[in-house]
Design a protein. Structure first.
Length: 176
């Protein structure tokens, strides 16, 4: 307890706040500002040169706004149909190898029954494609079928050729 009596007087004087009063400072007078406006400067014709930013080259970079899936552009000229994969059976034989078996006349438009070399028959009308040289049926009359074929000659020029397939005549033996 004796130690407590000795420690308390030593500790409490160190806890006292000692403030030194600051002398009151006199307000400083503000500097006088001239009430005159600054003179406006004339615009000069001299060009102000700004420091140029470094030029960046983006030619080797990928365009971030380009869509991932590219859209097909419609071509001005339709592609030629490959003759082996998408050709109709009528377009796989030469025009002269077909035979006309029958012709139907008197409807809105005439129709003809044409048999290919394999023996399969097709009913055709005007405007249909036939033959391996992109032939079109131009006219069906009561006795024949006219086909206009386009082909390229030796010089590479486009030529038109008209082929007429006639209806086979009935023989007297088959009619009995």
């Amino acid at each position: 307890m004796l130690a407590l009596f000795i420690a308390v007087p030593l500790v409490f004087p160190g806890c006292k706040k000692k403030e030194v009063p600051q002398p009151a400072s006199a307000p400083q007078p503000k500097p006088v500002v001239n009430a005159t406006l600054p003179i406006q400067q004339q615009p000069s014709s001299a060009r102000v040169v700004l420091s140029a930013a470094p030029q960046l080259d983006f030619s080797s970079k990928k365009d971030p706004f380009k869509p991932l899936v590219a859209e097909k552009q419609p071509s001005a000229k339709p592609e030629a149909v490959s003759k082996t994969s998408e050709a109709l059976p009528l377009q796989s034989y030469d025009v002269n190898s077909f035979k006309v078996s029958g012709i139907i006349v008197g409807m809105k438009e005439n129709r003809a029954l044409i048999v290919d070399p394999a023996g399969k028959g097709y009913v055709v009308k005007s405007g249909m494609q036939i033959g391996n040289n992109d032939g079109r049926i131009s006219k069906i009359s009561a006795s024949a079928v006219e086909i206009v074929e386009q082909y390229r000659d030796e010089k590479g020029q486009s030529q038109k050729r008209t082929v007429k397939l006639t209806l086979a005549k009935k023989s007297k033996e088959t009619s009995r």
